[in-house]
Design a protein around this ligand. Structure first.
Ligand code: CO
Ligand code: ZN
Length: 342
């Protein structure tokens, strides 16, 4: 990539990862993505759940209707109670760990900010979320800037470490970036009708992709999402490492990728001479499941980006993996798709 192209890519990543959008509150991030794609899609709509669906091209001889899904929601917190002193109790929106909460900063959709504090703990005990609270700086319930039902995301600026990039919402904004950049590279000669879905409410159970897949009615689908890695000290025993290329998902706890889709992805990576790695994830789930299980079933898989510290305020990905994922996805969509026999 040229330096100028890299700068634009980094600016797009920064813009998307810093826009708040916890599950169910995707208004701002949806508007930000729409702004980025408006010149590149033939049709853009938002469905009843809030999925942003952009069609590129229409089906030609030998082409397929393809759904690409990148979720635009992120994990967050929802206020359950505000006490007389203005301290707000909360529940988790998606998979939030108590380990990453203490001292963390949050931003509400109305712009209010706060920090997370914790009750006094018994020594050696692990805190639970219900022992924590958000301190918005309010001194009473009356002057609290947040009310029961209000939702916040974590607040942390994008950090460029050179080869490695860090943000609180690489899951899954980095996939939104990859989808947007691939969209820009779709050629007029592609026989496929491609639906780029920027899905909502993934972190609370793949809900957006479920209705989007029904509506799009794809013949094949690919989710794009981050995945866990096995390259940190005493970490998980996983094959995927940062910098070893886009990961081709074989399975996670939500679905088994269609073997034809796995092969299609591997063949494309090899045809382009891109590095790639096979992913068997021992936990987690993605929109791939929602696509696969819609209607009478759809061949589906997932292009994964290895990420350290998923669901923490400092999710880390590799810049080369991001660039190679864009190339892989664009290649998959630009060519005639031959899935072959099951
Ligand atoms: Co996630
Ligand atoms: Zn995700």
């Amino acid at each position: 990539m040229t330096e100028k192209k890299q700068d634009t890519l980094l600016q797009l990543i920064k813009k998307l990862v810093e826009t708040p959008g916890p599950s169910g509150q995707e208004q701002k991030i949806r508007a930000a993505v729409r702004e980025e794609i408006k010149g590149y899609a033939d049709e853009i709509r938002t469905d009843a759940l809030g999925n942003l669906i952009a069609r590129v091209g229409s089906k030609k001889e030998g082409g397929m209707r393809v759904m690409v899904s990148a979720h635009i929601d992120e994990i967050g917190l929802m206020v359950t109670h505000v006490d007389d002193n203005g301290f707000a109790r909360f529940l988790a929106v998606g998979g939030v760990s108590p380990f990453t909460c203490m001292g963390n900063r949050v931003i509400f959709m109305n712009g209010a900010r706060g920090v997370i504090g914790m009750e006094r703990l018994e020594p050696g005990k692990v805190p639970t979320l219900d022992q924590m609270y958000i301190d918005t700086g309010a001194t009473s319930a009356k002057d609290s800037p947040v009310q029961v039902g209000d939702v916040c995301g974590f607040e942390r600026p994008f950090m460029d470490l050179g080869k490695r990039l860090v943000a609180k919402s690489m899951d899954d904004r980095i996939a939104a970036v990859i989808a947007i950049e691939a969209m820009k590279q779709i050629k007029k000669t592609s026989p496929n009708e491609i639906y780029f879905v920027f899905s909502v409410q993934e972190e609370v159970g793949l809900r957006g992709a479920t209705t989007a897949a029904y509506g799009v009615n794809p013949e094949v689908g690919i989710a794009v999402d981050v995945t866990g890695v096995g390259d940190t000290p005493k970490g998980f025993k996983l094959n995927v490492k940062l910098g070893n290329g886009p990961a081709v998902k074989v399975r996670d706890n939500s679905f088994i990728a269609d073997p034809r889709v796995v092969k299609w992805m591997v063949n494309e990576a090899e045809a382009q001479g891109l590095p790639y790695q096979m992913e068997v994830l021992t936990f987690g789930g993605t929109d791939g499941r929602a696509i696969q299980m819609t209607r009478e079933g759809v061949p589906a898989g997932c292009l994964s980006i290895g990420s350290r510290y998923i669901h923490s305020p400092s999710e880390m990905v590799d810049r080369d993996d991001v660039e190679n994922s864009i190339k892989l996805l664009a290649g998959l969509l630009n060519n005639k798709i031959e899935l072959g026999e099951l």
